[in-house]
Design a protein around this ligand. Structure first.
Ligand SMILES: *[C@@H]1O[C@H](CO)[C@@H](O)[C@H](O)[C@H]1NC(C)=O
Length: 270
């Protein structure tokens, strides 16, 4: 696709329409994709305390296809094959998928997160939130699927939403963003747009220029700095969250629960 981050968000709509997938029941509609990106960017622009280095997020069809393929497997747990992709999950019973609701549930975790301490309140989940506002994550793609049976959950007829992110957030030992004057620490090649760092060139061009986008590698070295509670969000940290109060059955009712656990983390629960 030819998404250009230098365009206003609204212009993404026609782009998304071009790749419209009026697929099987449970597939994300183009409007839902647009809303997903817009809400991410809204929440990212509004973080408190403010972020100095928050990149604008854009939709990525490859990530969306990856997420969709995993959603179709109908498993309530993180994709072990997700590689270097962040992942947020959301599931809801038959009332149907509601993108703003999923986003609100993920974003709600901000109440439990302390940026100064880089810590999540004991017994709470913060990883969905920290992925949503992970400054260096610039691409998102989501897919949904209606699962008559969702592995790991007793309830039936569930809408599963999977969002994957690149570069992945929740790198252990790191804060989701740097506090400071908005855009005061944008990478080179970016300008400030609504408190977010927006690439000046089209993404395609930018990605062809090494160094234009500075992605801090989440190397194992950075992940070796001790175990912080919140660090459970570490994308490469398996199983740490197994003690969470987020096991299956905890959030019944219409909501199954939103797990924004870093990948593998959920796997530890099941
Ligand atoms: C956040 O953590 C910092 C550093 O540990 C602490 O001083 C502060 O009181 C905490 N804020 C809240 C709201 O708990």
């Amino acid at each position: 696709m030819h998404g250009s981050c230098s365009l206003p968000m609204l212009l993404l709509l026609p782009l998304l329409l071009l790749v419209a997938t009026t697929g099987p029941a449970g597939a994300l509609k183009d409007e839902e994709k647009r809303v997903m990106v817009e809400l991410h960017n809204l929440y990212r622009a509004q973080v408190s305390p403010p972020a100095s280095d928050m990149l604008q997020m854009r939709w990525d069809e490859e990530l969306a296809a990856f997420a969709k393929a995993y959603a179709q497997q109908c498993v309530w747990g993180h994709n072990k094959e997700r590689g270097r992709r962040g992942e947020n999950l959301f599931a809801i019973t038959d009332e149907g998928l509601d993108v703003p609701l999923a986003m609100e549930e993920w974003h709600h975790e901000r109440e439990h997160y302390n940026l100064s301490a880089a810590a999540c309140s004991p017994g709470q989940m913060c990883g969905h939130y920290t992925q949503v506002v992970w400054a260096k994550t610039e691409r998102i793609g989501c897919g949904s699927h209606f699962c008559e049976k969702l592995q790991g959950v007793e309830e039936t007829n569930i809408h599963l939403l999977v969002c994957n992110y690149e570069p992945p957030g929740n790198v252990k030992g790191r804060r989701p963003y740097q506090e400071g004057t908005p855009c005061s620490q944008c990478p080179s090649g970016h300008r400030c747009e609504n408190s977010l760092c927006e690439p000046v060139r089209s993404p395609e061009v930018a990605q062809d220029l090494p160094g234009l986008v500075t992605e801090a590698p989440s190397s194992p070295a950075t992940g070796a700095s001790g175990s912080r509670k919140m660090g459970a969000e570490g994308a490469e940290e398996p199983g740490i969250r197994s003690g969470l109060n987020s096991g299956p059955g905890h959030m019944w009712g219409p909501l199954l629960g939103l797990l924004l656990l870093p990948p593998l983390v959920l796997a530890g629960i099941f």
